[in-house]
Every structure is written in structure tokens, then in C-alpha cells.
Design a protein around this ligand. Structure first.
Ligand SMILES: Nc1ncnc2c1ncn2[C@@H]1O[C@H](COP(=O)(O)OP(=O)(O)OP(=O)(O)O)[C@@H](O)[C@H]1O
Ligand SMILES: [Mg+2]
Length: 260
């Protein structure tokens, strides 16, 4: 399914004091089966945009619509949140099963899907563990499995690996690339890490500082499958440099404001 974000502006707190403009006139199209990264500095409205695509928030102006048929029983979107978004009172199995229960799927079907998902994310043997018994990387895998279990048309991921240490993050990125290459799920992936965006995505939407506007949409000229070694390829380095050039001035301004 395609997602079309058209002229979307979001202001928070209108009428209750000074309003905060999070996003201003954002146009973005997410193509079916595309891995799209949304890159921008902290506070530029990335989560806001993702929440609007998920239908959890409404734009102040503009519109978001989905194009293409949605098979019966499948939700348009599912979200992988930042850390700590699992239900602590549910086991790995219970977390992965959650959306399927909500959707009223029969027990046998739920059990089959949960088994598939747990295999997919490599957590076989951990089904009965609770989130506090898992490492950060494992928890995020459960978050991904929980979102994938309901087979959404579009998977929304909000900085899913930002709380992980660098090595685990690298491994999780590799797993996600492999998973995406297998499933070709449409993904919108929010990050403020340029290397991560370029490594994972087909295209990178670069947002400005708040209020977030689209500075540019950068095509990633790297083939698939992608292995860790692409980090050293000239095309990778050039793309990272190109994006950095786009946002460098903004990062400098933010730093100057912070020390003022
Ligand atoms: N519920 C809200 N009420 C008022 N202001 C909000 C609300 N949610 C977000 N904001 C403000 O809107 C702006 C954008 O927030 P948002 O969380 O979308 O940014 P972000 O790009 O996801 O940032 P980060 O990278 O830090 O997660 C910020 O200035 C934030 O303070
Ligand atoms: Mg955010």
C-alpha cells in the first residue's frame, strides 16, 4: 500500500496557550514495498508524523491517505515504539500475541502466527520469558514481532534501536535489512542517525529543524541484498556526506542556541 502525506502541518496546544508548530507543510509519499527513512534532528516532528500516519493524531492541516487495496483483517499500520513499549506483565508469547487477540483471531491461528514470528526474530526458547528477563536487543525483537504479527500493510518504526549499544544496534540493523529483503514490507523508519538511514533505506526523507519541513528526499544508490560491508562503499560514503551537507548548518544553529 502507498501512503500519501499531503501538505501536513501539525500544531500542538492551539487555544491552550502558545502553540508549538511541530511540522509545516510536509509532503511525503511512501511507495508500496519501500523502505523509507525519515531523518531529522530531535524535536523536528518525526514521531508526530509517524503518529499521524498511524492514525493516533490528526493533522492540523493537510491530509494523509492510503492508496491500494487492504486485504480483509489486515490493519493499515502497526508501530514499533522506542524502548520499554512491551507489556511487562505479558511474556514474549503474550506480547507477540496481543494484536492478534485484539483482532479476534482464533486460538489455533494465533498460535501458528506467534510460532512463525518467534522463529522469524530468533527468539525460540524465550517464549515464556518476561520483558525484564530479556536484553534490550531481544526486547526490540519482540516489539518488531508484535507489530509484524498482525501483518500490517505498513510497518512504522520509531527509532527502534536508538537505546541499544552500538554493536547490538549494528546487529539489529543487519537483521532488519535481511527481514525486509525477505518480506518486502512497506516500512517507514524514523531515525536521527544518517548512517543508519542510508544503510537501511531505499530513500531518505531529510527533515529540517522544528517545525519540520522536507529539506530533500535522497535516493540511496546501493543495491540489495545489503551487507555490513556497504558501509565502506564510495556510494555509501557519498550519500552520507550529501545528507550531512544538507543538515550541517541546522545542526550548528541548534548547537549555538543550546550554548546561548
Ligand atoms: N503532545 C504534545 N503537546 C505539545 N507539544 C508536543 C506534543 N508532542 C510533541 N510536542 C512537541 O512537538 C515537537 C515535535 O515532537 P516530536 O516528538 O514529533 O519530535 P521528534 O522529531 O520525534 O523528536 P525526537 O527525535 O526527540 O524523538 C517538539 O517540539 C515537541 O516538544
Ligand atoms: Mg520522536
Amino acid at each position: 500500500m502507498r501512503v500519501v502525506v499531503e501538505g501536513v502541518t501539525k500544531r500542538y496546544g492551539e487555544g491552550t496557550g502558545p502553540a508549538v508548530e511541530a511540522l509545516a507543510g510536509v509532503d511525503v509519499t511512501v511507495e508500496a514495498e519501500e523502505f523509507l527513512a525519515l531523518l531529522g534532528p530531535s524535536g523536528c516532528g518525526k514521531s508526530t508524523l509517524l503518529n499521524m500516519i498511524a492514525g493516533l493524531l490528526r493533522p492540523t492541516a493537510g491530509a494523509i491517505h492510503f492508496e491500494g487495496a487492504l486485504p480483509a483483517g489486515r490493519p493499515p499500520t502497526a508501530m514499533v515504539f522506542q524502548e520499554f513499549a512491551l507489556f511487562p506483565w505479558r511474556t514474549v508469547r503474550g506480547n507477540v500475541e496481543f494484536g492478534l487477540e485484539e483482532a479476534g483471531r482464533p486460538r489455533a491461528e494465533r498460535a501458528r502466527i506467534v510460532r512463525e514470528m518467534i522463529d522469524l526474530i530468533g527468539l525460540a526458547g524465550f517464549e515464556e520469558k518476561y520483558p525484564h528477563q530479556l536484553s534490550g536487543g531481544m526486547r526490540q525483537r519482540v516489539g518488531i514481532a508484535r507489530a509484524l504479527a498482525v501483518d500490517p500493510a505498513v510497518l512504522l518504526m520509531d527509532e527502534p534501536f536508538s537505546a541499544l549499544d552500538a554493536q547490538t544496534r549494528q546487529l539489529m540493523q543487519e537483521e532488519l535489512v535481511a527481514l525486509w529483503e525477505r518480506t518486502r514490507k512497506t516500512i517507514v523508519y524514523v531515525t536521527h542517525n544518517i548512517q543508519e538511514a542510508v544503510y537501511l533505506a531505499d530513500r531518505v526523507v531529510v527533515l529540517s529543524r522544528r517545525p519540520g519541513r522536507v529539506l530533500d528526499v535522497v535516493e540511496v544508490p546501493l543495491g540489495r541484498p545489503r551487507a555490513e560491508a556497504v558501509h565502506g562503499e564510495p556510494a555509501f560514503v557519498r550519500t552520507v556526506e550529501r545528507i550531512w551537507a544538507l543538515i550541517k548548518g541546522q545542526a550548528r544553529e541548534a548547537l549555538q542556541e543550546a550554548v546561548r
